[in-house]
Design a protein around this ligand. Structure first.
Ligand code: FAD
Length: 464
């Protein structure tokens, strides 16, 4: 008899309750990852999938060190999992929970049928600080506003992360039969190293070197002062409880870092809030959380959509962000807000089109954070920016990228423009453009949308 651990968004050894429990019993342990294509489940986006492959290779070695063999399959977990459990004679099957309504229904059905067939099945929490059903308003309803949610969360007793797992007898690491990483993913892996060890190093480096600057610096896209933990959290190469405890520990040892640490933890709490929303609502990647925004007359404009996707809108900070995304699979938070605002407000294209593009291109494409953040920017989400708050990407660029460093890094054709014009080349005098080697419409696009008139158009279309 064996034990099976079904791995999903928990690709780590430490603080992995399902794995820890499996290893407590005196039975051989197998781990299985299924790239799922069951009906109703959202298929993983391309960049996240590229990340996954690398991450599983790393994990396979770490598991083998502990005597656990990792298997990889593609298809419907609903049928593959029971078949595999039978094949390896698994008496017990463990997994860590997911929280999207479709995934939960799927897992519930699977759990019931596995139990009917005589397996012991247990599920655990590995990816949230607190289970969504353990946090509610005083009247027992789900939270719809972040600040009271955060106040309640921070006072909760958050369980300690599980300590290191004892080494078991080592096995030879299996060769996983996975598709090759796609050709376009090289740039991503110049920027990132997937895996649990890298996640831990990123956290340690952030807490040591960047945390003090985080409150002021986190909005400046050219500065590297955010943690960049998002893809690791997305795939569970680190768990939020590990991040929480490391930060709390640092605050306890260095009280002068309290306010920076709290600010960072409150951002981590936005992730929890997104999961709270995901858990309590129907499909948030498809349905606006505020019903009154269900019938917006979105424009169809394929040319504009493509220009946005490729970073060719003629609006420098937006293009810089979209190119950073395409090249590295990640974009700075401030710029995510600006690019999302441009497409859903100025261009008046359905926010779901932007959400889907991010879903395919972000290495941290997260089933809760991505749709919840898109709805936040589009103005139809819970506790969202009001629909009439429309970012001006030129003034935002001037504020958060005052020397144009970020734009120059990602839009090199504008590098020689003076700071004054780098966020608005279309307003620069012809002589300045000529001196800087910029020919609008040739070396760099003219803006595809007029920010003033499109703002008015958005206000009219979105008024509710
Ligand atoms: P840090 O500032 O170091 O924050 C630490 C962690 O806290 C992050 O890794 C993340 O897990 C969480 N966090 C921080 N800010 C937010 C936030 N605003 N909302 C929710 N969680 C947050 N984040 C994703 O993880 N996946 C997504 O698919 C995603 N899509 C987004 C789409 C849009 C349109 C916008 C505006 C934001 C999106 N975010 C998403 C939130 C945020 O931009 C990223 O979490 C953050 O930029 C990741 O960088 P970091 O790890 O350095 O963040």
């Amino acid at each position: 008899e064996t034990t099976l651990v079904w791995l999903r968004n928990d690709l780590r050894i430490s603080d992995n309750p399902a794995l820890a429990d499996a290893l407590k019993h005196d039975r051989p342990v197998h781990a299985l990852y299924v790239l799922e294509n069951d009906r109703g489940l959202r298929p993983m986006g391309a960049a996240a999938k590229a990340w996954l492959h690398q991450s599983l290779n790393v994990l396979s070695h770490a598991l083998a060190e502990r005597g656990v063999r990792l298997h990889y399959q593609e298809g419907e977990s609903g049928s593959l999992l029971p078949r595999f459990a039978k094949e390896i004679n698994a008496s017990a099957i463990y997994w860590n929970r997911r929280y999207d309504p479709a995934g939960r229904t799927h897992d519930k059905t699977l759990k019931a049928s596995l139990r009917e067939n005589g397996h012991v099945v247990e599920s655990f929490n590995a990816s949230l600080l607190v289970e969504p059903w353990d946090i509610a308003t005083q009247s027992g309803t789900p939270y719809g506003v972040f600040t009271p949610f955060w106040k309640t969360l921070r006072d909760k007793a958050i369980p300690d992360p599980i300590g290191r797992i004892e080494k078991h007898e080592k096995i030879t690491s299996p060769k996983l039969d996975m598709p090759k990483a796609p050709f376009w993913s090289d740039g991503i892996f110049d920027a990132w190293t997937p895996g649990e060890d890298s996640a831990k190093s990123a956290l340690a480096a952030f807490l040591e070197d960047a945390l003090s600057d985080y409150p002021q610096g986190r909005d400046v896209p050219s500065r590297d002062v955010t943690s960049r933990l998002s893809p690791y959290l997305r795939h569970g190469e680190i768990g939020p409880r590990q991040v929480w405890f490391a930060t709390r520990h640092l605050i306890d040892a260095n009280p002068s870092r309290t306010s920076a640490g709290e600010k960072f933890l409150s951002e981590l709490a936005w992730r929890e809030f997104s999961y709270h929303l995901l858990f309590h609502r129907p499909d948030i990647s498809q349905h606006p959380m505020q019903e009154r925004f269900a019938d917006i007359d979105w424009r169809t404009d394929t040319k504009a959509l493509h220009a946005w996707q490729k970073g060719q809108t003629g609006i420098p900070i937006v293009d810089a962000g979209m190119r950073q995304l395409w090249t590295t699979g990640w974009m700075h938070n401030r710029v995510r807000m600006l690019t999302a605002s441009l497409i859903s407000k100025n261009l008046l294209l359905d926010w779901r089109k932007g959400e889907q593009w991010f879903w395919d291109t972000l290495v941290d494409a997260d089933p809760a954070n991505n749709p919840a953040s898109w709805q936040w920017v589009a103005g139809c989400g819970a506790d969202a920016a009001p629909y009439f708050r429309i970012f001006n990407p030129v003034t935002q660029g001037e504020k958060f990228d005052p020397n144009g460093d970020y734009v120059r890094q990602w839009v090199p054709e504008l590098s020689d423009l003076p700071d004054k014009w780098v966020h608005k080349p279309a307003d620069a005098p012809g002589s300045v453009l000529a001196q800087s080697g910029v020919e609008l419409g040739k070396t760099y696009p003219k803006p595809i949308v007029d920010l003033k008139t499109s703002r008015t158009r958005a206000l009219e279309a979105l008024a509710r």
